[in-house]
Design a protein around this ligand. Structure first.
Ligand code: GRG
Length: 294
């Protein structure tokens, strides 16, 4: 199966899993459920579920087993986007080519959407996963919780909010992104590997790979924010400069940022060396992250 057929298949099954786990809009409280579905369904590249499935495929894990952890990570991601777009954070009106959740509904609903999506993620991941030992599943819950919290994504967001109008060094910028964007990307990869009962050395190599692509994802995001249009991105372009936020592009300049992306891409490929051909989907996703246009 070529990469694009594989990617579409995983995106379709992710959509179906999310559709099935999200409460029906007919169920009370209807407006909250409608807003949760609005924030999650019918948009997004589903990069994190793709990474989870790709990591699981190294160990021969069937897609059926990977669907729940992959969707759980996507629910955390969708929650973070709904909260990030709120006026008290990034204050944005466009996300995935449509009005942001608080614009389409209202602020209080968007806040509750994030809360409810986050707990739904843990509900999903705490359901019995066939073939996974309970101790391993507990480790997976621990992994997703710590990646999402104050030592992970939420902490990265706090650093990001505090960085507006500040000069950051490259090291400080990297620290912020390792947490804000990288932590959840790493969790996606490692959850897939845990489904395959990966040994500690394999988890370590994949952790190294994930750290590289987490940063790579962000460098490319900064380049796209500076160079692509709002119509292509489906979110407001040029936002970082407008908000006077430190980015790889404004610290390094666009050419150096592109060189940094090339280096991270090579390091990511190198980190996959122990898995040989088995890591083909992760190699392909690494290239997709660089070559994406939105
Ligand atoms: C509110 C706790 C909390 C955290 C928010 C992820 C995040 C932290 C904020 C999003 C802001 C942002 C633009 C981050 C840069 C990288 C990023 C996560 C981009 C959006 O992810 P994609 O490109 O989006 O995977 P899609 O829509 O394809 O899912």
């Amino acid at each position: 199966m070529n990469f694009s057929t594989w990617m579409s298949a995983i995106q379709r099954r992710t959509e179906a899993t999310l559709e099935a786990v999200l409460p029906s809009p007919g169920l009370a409280p209807a407006r909250l459920h409608e807003a949760m579905r609005y924030a999650v369904l019918g948009g997004g590249k589903r990069v994190r579920p793709l990474l989870c499935h790709a990591a699981g495929s190294i160990f021969g894990v069937g897609s059926n087993l990977l669907d729940a952890p992959a969707a759980a990570v996507e629910l955390i991601h969708a929650y973070s986007l709904a909260h990030d777009d709120l006026p008290c954070m990034d204050d944005d009106v466009l996300r995935r080519g449509k009005p942001t959740c608080h614009v389409e509904f209202d602020e209080a609903t968007a806040l509750l959407v994030g809360d409810a999506l986050q707990t739904l993620a843990f509900l999903m991941l705490s359901n019995r996963l066939p073939g996974i030992a309970p101790a391993r599943q507990l480790e997976m819950l621990h992994l997703l919780a710590s990646a999402s919290g104050s030592r992970g994504m939420a902490g990265g967001q706090a650093i990001d909010l505090a960085a507006v109008n500040q000069q950051l060094t490259l090291a400080e910028l990297e620290f912020m992104h390792i947490h804000k964007t990288g932590a959840l990307i790493r969790a996606a990869v490692l959850l897939g590997a845990h489904c395959g009962e990966a040994m500690p050395e394999a988890l370590e190599s994949l952790g190294r790979f994930a750290n590289r692509i987490g940063l790579l994802f962000q460098v490319v995001d900064d380049i796209l924010d500076a160079e692509a249009s709002t119509a292509t991105l489906g979110k407001t372009a040029g936002k970082d400069a407008a908000q006077n936020k430190p980015t790889y592009v404004n610290i390094l300049g666009v050419n150096q940022a592109k060189l940094m992306a090339d280096k991270l891409r090579q390091d990511a490929h190198d980190a996959l060396a122990p898995f040989g051909e088995l890591a083909v989907r992760l190699h392909e996703l690494t290239d997709f992250i660089v070559e994406r246009t939105f």
